[in-house]
Design a protein around this ligand. Structure first.
Ligand code: CP
Ligand code: NVA
Length: 302
């Protein structure tokens, strides 16, 4: 595995297998009260330029369970929020902490942090990708289906950070991926270019029904991501129909699982009935954030 986790394409199929296998072990140890202080004495700095419930809590509790310590660093309080350059913040933090997790807007900022800090950096969500989420998603799919290879993953909604990382992660582990999104909200060109290495395995369509047909996994995310608040009204128009509802669910395989990275907006990207019918899977998915991130932390800091 590389020194940092900046995007899904940093990971090979065998890196992902290793992370998921360790995550399963750590989940078992956590649930059975078996201590696993693999990061005793280590500190993770966590920079947040956007809100978070799952990412913040799962990293902080995960570091504690590994015997280490996590520092919550809100950009509202850091000098970075007052214009201190990321190169300087990086060179300072790299002298105090053993690794940095960052949630921000620009992917370049995360890449720069890795370049200048000299310590492992983990992308905790940018406008471009959300790799920690996709690792938890793959872990959850493997738990429910027993395998990843050969499954059909259908993503319905915005061609955003989730779509980009699901395309790359899904294809890497041998799934086929179908994305239904409006023409003016396509996934990032880099994610589409990545798919050229997997001929015939990615479908991008405006036809929600075609994408959902015979899917093993249905996945959606909010229509307006963090930072897009000014576009909400326009997006409510653009994404009408790009919804997981009972009709779409019925087109998928009978044993389909439905996933959502959360937070969810009921009756927008997913109906309340489908959400509640699949709440078991969705909250296992949220829980798995912690187990899989602990595996990433052990790999990068252990
Ligand atoms: N899914 C996810 O990253 O949740 P938070 O925004 O609450 O961290
Ligand atoms: N696409 C969403 C994901 C939240 C976890 C966002 O960026 O806000």
């Amino acid at each position: 595995m590389k020194q940092s986790l900046l995007k899904m394409s940093d990971l090979s199929k065998s890196d992902i297998d290793d992370i998921l296998n360790l995550a399963v072990q750590l989940k078992y140890e956590t649930k059975n009260g078996i201590a696993h202080p693999y990061l005793a004495g280590k500190t993770l700095g966590m920079i947040f330029q956007k809100s978070s419930t799952r990412t913040r809590v799962s990293f902080e509790v995960g570091m504690y369970q590994l015997g280490g310590h996590a520092l919550f660093l809100s950009s509202r309080d850091l000098q970075i929020g007052r214009g201190e350059p990321v190169e300087d913040t990086a060179r300072v933090l790299g002298r105090y902490v053993d690794a940095i997790m960052i949630r921000t807007y620009s992917q370049k900022e995360v890449e720069d942090l890795a370049k200048y800090s000299g310590v492992p950096v983990i992308n905790g969500l940018t406008d471009y990708e959300h790799p920690c989420q996709v690792l938890a998603d793959l872990m959850t799919i493997r738990e429910y289906k027993g395998t990843l290879e050969g499954l059909k993953l259908c993503y319905i909604g915005d061609g955003n950070n989730m779509a980009n990382s699901l395309i790359v992660g899904g294809l890497t582990v041998g799934m086929s991926v179908a994305v239904a999104c409006p023409k003016n909200h396509l996934p990032h060109p880099d994610a589409l270019a990545f798919a050229e290495n997997y001929p015939g395995k990615l479908l991008v369509t405006q036809d929600v029904k075609e994408a959902a047909k015979d899917a093993d996994v249905l996945y959606t995310d909010v229509w307006a991501s963090m930072g897009m608040e000014a576009e909400v009204e326009q997006r409510m128009q653009d994404f009408k129909g790009y919804q997981i509802n009972a009709e779409i669910e019925a087109l998928a395989k009978p044993d389909v699982i439905v996933l959502h990275c959360l937070p969810a907006h009921r009756e927008e990207e997913i109906t309340a009935d489908v959400f509640e019918r699949h709440a078991g899977e969705i909250f296992d998915q949220a829980e798995n954030r912690m187990h899989v991130q602990k595996a990433v932390l052990v790999n990068l800091m252990g």
